[in-house]
Write a protein that binds this ligand. Structure first.
Ligand SMILES: [Zn+2]
Length: 338
C-alpha cells in the first residue's frame, strides 16, 4: 500500500477550485476509511457526486463538511451516484429527503437496486448462501447463513445512460459509462474544467474489486467489461482525476493502463495455474484458495473469501471468453485448462 494513504482523521473538506469541493465521509469499520463526496456548483444550484455510507456518523460528517464549505444539504439540487455500492449511494436517500431533489444513477445499477430492494432480508441471504454452495464454498457458505446484509440504497429518480449531461444548468457534467466494478458504474467528466470524477473505476493506489455474482454466471463477463472501460479512458491523458477514495491525481490514462496491466498479469498467472493442475478440474473456491491474495487464504474471513472467490470467478470467466479455461457445469461448477 502506498504511504500517501492517510486515515480519515487527517482528512478535511477541500476546495479544488472552479466550484468543486470534496468532503471526506467516514466508512465506519472499513479499512478504506472514507468516501470523498464531491459538490459541484452551477448557476442553477449545487449537485453532489456520491453521498457516503448510510450511518449516523457519516451523515454528521457529510452535513458538517458541506457546511464548512458554505453548502447546506437542504439547498442541494440532487445527487448523482457513480455506482450503487453502499459507501457511495448509502446516504443518497437521506440527502433527497432533506433537499427534495433527485437521485441519478446509471440504468444498469438502478436495475440492481430494484433487485436488492426486492431481496432485502432473508430471501437475499438465502440466495447468497446458495450461490456460494454452487461455487464449492462449503463451510464458508454455512458461515454466511446469519450474516448481516447492508441496507439497500434508495431507488433513483433519474436513470442515466452513456454520454448524457447531468441536470446542472450552466455547466457541462457528462456521464462516461465504465462498467466493470459494477454493471452501471459511471465516471463523470466535468468538460468545462477538464476533470474526471472517477468513482471507484480508477483509484491512485488500489484497484477496485471486480467480481462475478452469482459466481457461476456465464452470461456476463465483468472483467472484460472493466478492461474495456479502462481503455475508454486512454484519451484522458492530462485530465485531473477526482476519485471517490484516496486522493486526487493527474494522468488518468496512465493509471488506467497500469491497472489493465495488473489484471493481464493476474490472468496470465491464473492460466498458468490451470495448466499446472491439468487435466483436473476444480471448483471456484478450490481455485481461489490456490491463488495469491494480499493475505493468506487461511487468514481471510468467510466474507473476504467470498469476495476473493468473486474475483477468481471473474478472471476464470474472462479466460473462458478467451479460450484459455474450460467450464464443467455441475454442482459445484468446475474449471480446468482447455
Ligand atoms: Zn464500489
Amino acid at each position: 500500500m502506498k504511504t500517501r494513504r492517510r486515515p480519515y482523521s487527517d482528512q478535511r473538506p477541500t476546495g479544488h477550485g472552479g466550484g468543486v469541493w470534496s468532503v471526506p465521509v467516514p466508512i465506519p469499520g472499513n479499512p478504506l476509511g472514507y468516501t470523498l463526496v464531491y459538490a459541484v456548483e452551477s448557476p442553477g444550484g449545487i449537485v453532489l457526486i456520491d453521498a457516503g455510507w448510510n450511518h449516523e456518523d457519516a451523515w454528521t460528517a457529510l452535513r458538517d463538511g458541506l457546511s464548512a464549505v458554505g453548502v447546506r444539504v437542504s439547498d442541494l439540487r440532487g445527487v448523482v451516484v457513480t455506482h450503487y455500492h453502499p459507501d457511495h449511494a448509502g446516504l443518497a436517500g437521506r440527502v433527497r429527503e432533506e433537499c427534495g431533489g433527485w437521485i441519478a444513477m446509471h440504468e444498469a445499477d438502478a436495475a440492481l437496486v430494484r433487485l436488492y430492494r426486492e431481496l432485502a432480508g432473508d430471501s437475499g441471504r438465502t440466495l447468497q448462501v446458495e450461490m456460494m454452495r454452487r461455487a464449492g464454498a462449503g463451510a464458508d457458505a454455512d458461515a454466511m447463513v446469519n450474516a448481516e446484509r447492508p441496507i439497500p440504497p434508495a431507488q433513483p429518480d433519474i436513470e442515466l445512460r452513456d454520454g448524457e449531461l447531468i441536470d446542472l444548468p450552466g455547466r457541462a457534467l457528462r456521464t462516461v459509462w465504465t462498467p466493470g466494478h459494477t454493471p452501471g458504474h459511471l465516471c463523470l467528466h466535468l468538460e468545462d474544467a477538464d476533470r474526471l470524477f472517477t468513482g471507484d473505476h480508477v483509484l491512485p493506489g488500489i484497484t477496485p474489486h471486480v467480481g462475478i455474482y452469482p459466481y457461476d454466471r456465464a452470461d456476463t463477463d465483468p472483467l472484460t467489461d472493466f478492461l474495456g472501460s479502462l481503455d475508454r479512458l486512454a484519451t484522458f491523458t492530462t485530465t485531473e482525476a477526482l476519485p471517490a477514495h484516496e486522493w486526487t491525481f493527474k494522468g488518468v490514462a496512465a493509471r488506467a493502463a497500469d491497472i489493465r496491466a495488473h489484471h493481464e498479469e493476474k490472468l496470465d498467472s491464473l492460466a498458468a495455474l490451470l495448466t499446472d493442475l491439468a487435466p483436473d478440474a476444480y471448483s471456484i473456491w478450490q481455485i481461489a484458495e490456490k491463488m495469491t491474495w494480499n493475505r493468506p487464504w487461511a487468514d481471510l474471513y468467510p466474507i473476504q473469501r467470498g469476495m476473493a472467490a468473486g474475483e477468481a470467478a471473474a478472471h476464470l470467466r474472462t479466460l473462458e471468453t478467451r479460450g484459455q479455461a474450460l467450464r464443467h457445469p455441475g454442482e459445484p461448477v468446475r474449471f480446468s485448462a482447455p
